[in-house]
Design a protein around this ligand. Structure first.
Ligand SMILES: Nc1ncnc2c1ncn2[C@@H]1O[C@H](COP(=O)(O)OP(=O)(O)OP(=O)(O)O)[C@@H](O)[C@H]1O
Ligand SMILES: [Mg+2]
Length: 397
């Protein structure tokens, strides 16, 4: 591939939006009888305000450990954890973190952990008591309101055991919201529920995120991840790049991680050329951020933009599989910079060999792109011909 022209001005990095969660090179090691083992291997993670994010991964991949870093329940072996602007581990001690948690964080677990001897209303009031928030008289009113929000107002004075498990979980969510925290963290909140109760909870989380709260949910249920803004996959203590998971969804988590490790990041300015027609292509590109335009350039006719590709889509596969030169040019869209992940040819081909399903999916994509390009070429020829005919007619009239 022809590298992008180097004489263009570098992209000035846009100011990143203020993150709710910022994890930098977070490592967590545990010791057991057999020695030390690393559960989180240098996690970089940024989650914006108002995002509803799911986290998935096999059992033992490190999901709960990751949540424990974000909630300040456990501490990293190294690295930095900044949540809602607060560095949790370098500038707070244990009791400072506990106070911070009470005001900034709502936590929901799979097993609801309501206190069995207290009514739902009293359970919801507890965090306000702990954090010393709201007037003594206001607390029951607020707790009732929160129970109303999750549809449990008429059960406010019941003990947890006299309502259904789905209702207990809703009460646990009301309790997590007692101090109006900006961040809600839930570890398999629907793991113990029927699908209707799970549905109610996802709807509730969606509306909380729409109101500006950040919601992070660990789940094993793929049907739920489709309903979040973003799905994070953790595999063996490492995060898979979101764009890799979107582009190559038929790979196993282990294969996605392998691809993530083999990719190189590239950034292009708005309008900058990424690939020129007839250039040698030696990289499979996945779009991580922004949009690219695929442009067919014809002799004696105007360029035609045949496609716009966005986040999680890819290009370069046609040339890598057919062994040819670039069939079109690719440039960053004129409105925003583009971030790409590039996977070298050998790694791309090895990945397809390992995953026949992915190979089939990519082969189908190649077919439809070639057809689309041929159709576009025909349209261009017809356009050019009809232009010539019109001109000839004008001359003759
Ligand atoms: N306190 C601890 N001491 C020692 N090892 C631990 C501790 N907590 C977790 N581990 C180990 O760390 C690894 C990741 O555990 P974690 O609980 O984060 O996995 P998970 O992805 O949440 O799994 P699951 O889906 O089963 O809940 C596992 O091997 C686990 O045994
Ligand atoms: Mg877990």
């Amino acid at each position: 591939m022809t590298p992008a022209p180097q004489n263009l001005p570098p992209v000035s990095p846009a100011a990143p939006p203020p993150a709710m969660i910022d994890l930098r090179r977070v490592v967590k090691k545990f010791k057991n009888a057999a020695g030390e083992f690393t559960v989180l291997k240098g996690i970089e993670l940024h989650i914006g305000r108002g995002e509803f994010v799911s986290i998935v991964g096999k059992s033992g991949s490190g999901k709960s450990t990751l949540l424990n870093m974000i909630t300040g329940i456990d501490h990293p072996t190294s690295g930095q954890v900044i949540v809602n602007g607060q560095d949790l581990y370098t500038s707070l001690n244990e009791s400072g973190r506990s106070l911070w948690r009470g005001r900034n964080l709502g936590i929901v677990f799979q097993f609801f952990q309501l206190l069995p001897m207290l009514s739902l209303l009293e359970n919801v009031m507890l965090p306000m008591d702990y954090a010393g928030l709201y007037d003594f008289d206001e607390r029951p009113r607020r707790a009732r309101q929160l129970l109303g929000m999750v549809g449990l107002e008429q059960h406010a004075h019941k003990l947890p055991m006299s309502v259904s498990t789905g209702q207990q979980q809703l009460a646990a969510i009301a309790r997590a919201l007692a101090t109006d925290p900006p961040l809600l963290v839930a570890d398999e909140p629907t793991g113990n529920l029927d699908s209707r109760s799970a549905d109610t909870i996802i709807e509730l989380f969606t509306s909380l995120a729409a109101q500006g709260k950040t919601v992070i949910m660990v789940t094993h249920d793929p049907s739920l991840t489709e309903r979040t803004n973003r799905n994070i996959i953790i595999s063996d203590g490492e995060l898979i790049a979101d764009a890799v998971a979107l582009a190559l969804p038929l790979l196993s988590h282990r294969q996605m991680l392998q691809v993530t490790r083999q990719t190189q990041p590239h950034t292009f300015a708005p309008g900058q050329a990424i690939l020129l027609r007839d250039a040698e292509v030696d990289t499979f590109f996945i779009i991580e951020e922004g949009e690219v335009e695929i442009v067919l350039q014809g002799k004696n006719r105007a360029d035609a933009t045949v496609a716009r590709l966005g986040r999680g889509q890819y290009f370069g596969e046609v040339e890598l599989l057919r062994g040819g030169k670039s069939i079109a040019s690719v440039r960053a869209s004129s409105t925003s910079p583009v971030r790409l992940l590039g996977l070298p040819r050998a790694a791309f081909l090895a990945t397809l060999k390992e995953s026949p399903l992915t190979e089939e999916a990519i082969a189908r994509s190649v077919q439809s792109r070639l057809q689309e390009n041929r159709a576009q070429d025909r349209r261009s020829v017809v356009d050019a011909l009809s232009g010539t005919i019109k001109k000839a007619l004008r001359r003759s009239s």
